[in-house]
Design a protein. Structure first.
Length: 178
């Protein structure tokens, strides 16, 4: 299976990137092909709502790394969203990528894909991930994708907070479960 992983953290060795690494390790061991795009280290402009894509076969007026990301995503069977919680939702860097799905969202629905959400946050509020998970559900509902698993880890602010927990192994197990 072809898997596209989209990460949102600007921290290369943070909490969510550890989950991303372990998930990819598990999926790789299962023989899946994982391509990872770290949105914070890519050039991706926010959608300008010009409508050009809708009359030009999904082509965007902005020439940036979405030219690489969207073809990979269109070709993938599964998308993995990986993000720290920023103001109770995904990071702006990842949201910019998701907004740009707009150009090809009809093509993204067919054939339908699976999706996975991996997320971390510092707080321990029981409601911390509510907005993010509702957002994720809405994206999947809109695109008619199937949820294949979520891993939400609260109470972690830095890599050392998550390293010795069960969550890296849980991320790997999720990758292996596919
Ligand atoms: C700009 C910013 C906004 C944040 N917003 C939240 C938040 O709304 N809720 C929360 O629990 N943690 C919040 N955090 C903390 C991060 O989600 C947390 O430290 C996470 O583990 C960082 O993941 P990373 O190391 O992969 O970047 C925020 C951190 C930053 C820098």
């Amino acid at each position: 299976m072809k898997i596209v992983m989209l990460t949102g953290s600007p921290r290369k060795n943070g909490t969510s990137s550890l989950l991303a690494d372990k998930f990819a390790e598990g999926a790789g061991e299962k023989g899946h092909h994982v391509v990872r795009f770290d949105a914070a280290f890519r050039k991706v402009g926010g959608c300008m709502a010009c409508g050009y894509c809708k009359s030009h076969g999904g082509a965007c007026v902005q020439k940036d790394d979405m030219d690489e990301i969207l073809p990979a995503l269109l070709d993938a069977h599964l998308a993995v969203f990986v993000t720290p919680l920023y103001y109770w939702d995904m990071t702006a860097q990842l949201k910019a990528v998701v907004d740009r799905f707009f150009a090809v969202d009809r093509a993204l629905t067919d054939p339908p894909k699976g999706a996975v959400l991996l997320a971390t946050c510092n707080s321990r509020h029981t409601w911390a991930f509510d907005a993010l998970t509702e957002h994720y559900k809405a994206i999947l509902r809109h695109l008619r994708w199937d949820d294949r698993g979520t891993l939400l880890v609260s109470g972690v602010g830095a890599r050392e907070d998550i390293e010795d927990t069960e969550y890296p192994q849980k991320a790997k197990a999720l990758g292996l479960s596919l």
